[in-house]
Design a protein around this ligand. Structure first.
Ligand code: MN
Length: 514
């Protein structure tokens, strides 16, 4: 009989550690709701000891999300474990996930402890965590580079101490599949009490092998996979959830394993995570990339039209890419909009619906057909915009440009409730706009990244701009959409500035973690 693989999603913890991907509490909850719809088994919501902001975000998720277990990460230290429990205790089914390094290289250079000390601390941490809940997971950080017999010894001891899940991470993305699988098999044979715990793996993609290593581990006895949406995470990222899930689903003939993931929610969740973190999905990314189901070769196209299975091993519908449905237009009312949004999986408060409706009407005046993608973007941008206070608000702007004119932008902003206006020249219309905004907001931030993409085809498509800004070590992502690319840029820049000021005022420092 097929065995179930537990999907442990760490998009909100390891994924959020992607450089510049930081999410605030409202955004984390928004993603958690999608993870709930996906029916992941465990949501690792954050690392509460790292910052008060993270603790609060985990607590909100623990309160609001029902269904998946909610896990919090903690080092093997009392204060971390206390914070973790404080954050998850109101969850329906809370989990504490504690970790310590086990590799000699980490012991010697990072934590300066002996193997005996680490073993003792691991056991003490698990025992302490078990006072709060029986649902305790232990991770041996850098396990793939640790002495395997030593890890087996630590696992035996922590399982005796009460750990229900033991995680074997490839923290630095060093392992290769055959070797990694063999290590998991070794543990099943050399940890005498292993039948009392679930073996989990947590792989990083430094060599592009995270998914392959996770699958090798499954074939050798691991029953939990830690992963993230779009594979985001530290450095080259983590195991990509959609790849593991679809590999198991598509190759049922080979893998005698299944997951509870509702695959039709994969694509919408992927898009949301990309938007909120500012981490763009590469077009050729497996499963969720823009080209994942695009057939370019004429021979392939012809065959797919005759019979999709000739060149398609899975259908776009199975991961939730919808056939383009009837677009809305400027005569569509609030009711039609609400209905449509509901079918796209969004239930908005009256207030949010009003805001989205106003932007929808404005857009419908300028663009004939409003597609599902446009609406999703409007909703997500609205959520994104409202997830931080609007210290700086765009009132209006006028831009003059062309081959004969020096680009000039006049921008009117509402700053802390007061309306101010400024005009500036620039090398181009966007440069002029940014200069005017910089002058008005007196910002000293650096623009690290500026990227443009269009949401649907056609010259009237919505332009989506992403900016990455840095000031005093804080890095934030700002996004904006508008049919006008210069206005979209201004919106993205202002969104970034609002977020920057928000993190500065909240003092939400990002702490470095495992
Ligand atoms: Mn990790």
């Amino acid at each position: 009989m097929a065995k179930k693989i537990i999907i442990f999603d760490t998009t909100l913890r390891d994924g959020e550690q992607s450089p510049g991907a930081s999410l605030n509490s409202k955004e984390k909850v928004q993603i958690a709701r999608h993870l709930q719809m996906l029916q992941v088994d465990v949501i690792e919501a954050g690392f509460p000891y790292a910052s008060p902001g993270d603790l609060e975000a985990v607590r909100t998720i623990a309160r609001e999300i029902r269904g998946p277990q909610i896990a919090a990460l903690a080092r093997a230290k009392k204060e971390d474990l206390d914070a973790a429990w404080e954050a998850v205790k109101e969850a329906e089914n809370p989990r504490i996930h504690t970790f310590i390094s086990t590799s000699d290289i980490h012991l010697k250079y990072q934590i300066r402890k002996s193997r005996e000390q680490v073993l003792e601390e691991a056991v003490a941490a698990v025992q302490y965590a078990c006072r709060f809940t029986s649902n305790v997971e232990f991770s041996a950080m850098d396990a793939s580079r640790s002495d395997l017999d030593y890890v087996a010894k630590v696992f035996t001891a922590v399982i005796d101490a009460g750990a229900k899940t033991v995680n074997f991470p490839d923290t630095v993305g060093y392992a290769v599949p055959q070797e990694f699988g063999a290590k998991i098999k070794y543990l099943t044979e050399h940890v005498p009490n292993i039948h009392r715990a679930i073996i989990s793996v947590h792989c990083h993609d430094d060599l592009g092998l995270a998914v392959a290593n996770s699958l090798a581990a499954i074939l050798n006895g691991a029953l939990q996979v830690e992963c993230t949406i779009n594979g985001i995470g530290e450095r080259a990222g983590n195991t990509s959830m959609e790849e593991v899930v679809m590999a198991l689903a598509t190759r049922k003939d080979f893998f005698d394993y299944y997951t509870d993931i509702v695959t039709e929610h994969i694509y919408p969740t992927s898009r949301l995570v990309s938007k909120l973190t500012g981490m763009i999905v590469q077009p050729n990314k497996a499963i969720v990339g823009a080209n994942a189901f695009a057939h370019e070769s004429g021979i392939h196209q012809d065959a797919v039209l005759k019979e999709a299975s000739t060149f398609e091993i899975m259908t776009p519908q199975s991961i939730g890419i919808k056939e383009s449905s009837l677009p809305l237009g400027k005569l569509s009312g609030r009711h039609a909009l609400r209905d449509k949004l509901k079918r796209l999986g969004y239930t908005l408060t009256e207030d949010d619906l009003n805001q989205v409706f106003a932007r929808f009407k404005d857009l419908a005046d300028r663009k004939k057909h409003i597609f599902d993608e446009d609406l999703e973007s409007l909703v997500e941008m609205e959520v994104l915009r409202r997830s931080v206070p609007e210290y700086y608000k765009l009132v209006e702007m006028v831009v003059l440009t062309g081959t004969m004119a020096k680009p000039t932008a006049t921008v009117k902003l509402e700053i802390d409730g007061k309306v101010e206006r400024y005009s500036s020249f620039g090398d181009g219309p966007i440069d002029a706009t940014f200069k005017a905004i910089t002058h008005l907001t007196k910002s000293e931030c650096r623009l690290l990244k500026f990227s443009v993409s269009s949401i649907t085809g056609g010259t009237d498509a919505l332009g989506e701009i992403t900016v990455k800004l840095e000031e005093d070590g804080h890095i934030v992502t700002g996004r904006g959409v508008d049919p006008d690319i210069v206005t979209a840029s201004a919106r993205a820049f202002l969104n970034g500035l609002n977020r920057l000021r928000y993190v500065q005022e909240a003092g939400m420092a990002q702490a470095a973690t495992s």
